[in-house]
Design a protein around this ligand. Structure first.
Ligand code: AR6
Length: 175
């Protein structure tokens, strides 16, 4: 019988330097880059990532990636093997449904398992430019990952947070 249990942890750091199989990008619907963690990931990954995103837009998502969905690409120059792009709900645009944010985490895990990743790093999706309270994001993130059936296929889910306050919020949610 398997006693496998994935580790779920939270650290303070920069997600672009993580040596995990897949990192998750808090993207925008256009998939063509932006500010925040999205900008940092595209800068560190280099032009191959943008080229893959442009191709995804052309071939699969001509109208952009919908909020709550997730899609995987290669990771360009990053140490990770894949980038999983997901679009969080934008509070400033009235997107306040927690189910939309939960679906970002769930669909990202699904994509990770689909490409064969065993370790995944997440940022605090929607807790920056999209205006969600980091403590609320932390609660939804941890509950969704813990409850996900995809967790059985993974060894590690690491939340990589910018700033002590967000890190504290995730540690509180883990306890
Ligand atoms: N590593 C880890 N976390 C980071 C990093 C990094 N390198 N850089 C920023 N963060 P945000 P959102 C944190 O704004 O709220 C973009 O323009 C940041 O401090 O990146 O989902 C996209 O293109 C915050 O805690 O994402 C979209 O248009 C968290 O990551 C929009 O912003 C998320 O902040 C998405 O907004």
């Amino acid at each position: 019988m398997s006693t496998h249990e994935a580790i779920i942890e939270a650290i303070e750091g920069d997600i672009t330097t993580q040596r995990v199989d897949a990192i998750v990008n808090a993207a925008q619907s256009s998939l063509l880059g932006g500010g925040g963690v999205d900008g940092a990931i595209h800068r560190a990954a280099g032009p191959r990532l943008l080229a893959e995103c442009r191709e995804l837009r052309r071939a699969t998502y001509p109208h952009g990636l919908p909020v709550g969905e997730a899609v995987a690409t290669g990771a360009g120059d990053l140490p990770a093997g894949w980038v999983i792009h997901t679009v969080g709900p934008n509070r400033h645009a009235g997107q306040t449904d927690p189910a939309l944010l939960a679906s970002c985490f769930e669909h990202s895990l699904r994509e990770a398992v689909k490409v064969g990743a065993r370790s995944v790093a997440f940022p605090a999706i929607s807790a920056g430019i999209f205006g969600w309270d980091p403590a609320v994001v932390a609660g939804i993130a941890i509950a969704t990952v813990r409850g996900s059936s995809y967790l059985r296929e993974l060894d590690l889910v690491r939340f990589v947070l910018f700033g002590a306050a967000t890190h504290d919020a995730f540690n509180a949610a883990l306890r």
